[in-house]
Design a protein around this ligand. Structure first.
Ligand code: THU
Length: 133
């Protein structure tokens, strides 16, 4: 499906502005394009009990899955003011549950992008059944 990567990155930046990150002060935004064309976004949500923090990527994915989406095309991530911010390992596993062929983009709006396939970022994901391998 054709899409505009800069538009998806702009949606991630808009979500980043709404992140709740008072402890790390590192705001992340993610925007996930579903196969039907809708975009679901989210920022990281931290907690005083630090380990309960949820990353931006999972906030976006869970919004989408809760809305009934199951198939995804691309994910854009904006982290702080870094030129690139790829999803952490935990988020890679959670994303792979739904979208092994996902395209992952990262950068800053209007700037250069880096692109990877999720299966390049996390080959050989954990699976419960070896017949899936
Ligand atoms: N964070 C994300 O939102 N996504 C990632 O892929 C890794 C880290 C958040 C968690 C925490 O709120 C902050 O970035 C610093 O680790």
């Amino acid at each position: 499906m054709a899409y505009n990567p800069q538009d998806l990155l702009a949606a991630a930046a808009a979500a980043q502005a709404k992140a709740y990150a008072p402890y790390s002060r590192f705001k992340v935004g993610a925007a996930l394009l579903a196969a039907g064309g809708r975009v679901y976004s989210g920022g990281n949500i931290e907690n005083a009990s630090y380990s309960l923090t949820v990353c931006a990527e999972r906030v976006a994915l869970f919004q989408a899955v809760a809305a009934g989406e199951r198939d995804f095309i691309a994910l854009a991530v904006v982290g702080g003011d870094l030129p690139a911010c790829f999803p952490c390992g935990a988020c890679r596993q959670v994303l792979a549950e739904f979208a092994p062929d996902l395209e992952v983009l990262t950068g800053q709006p209007g700037g250069p992008l880096q692109r990877r396939l999720l299966k390049e970022l996390l080959p050989d994901t954990f699976k419960l059944n070896t017949s899936d391998i």
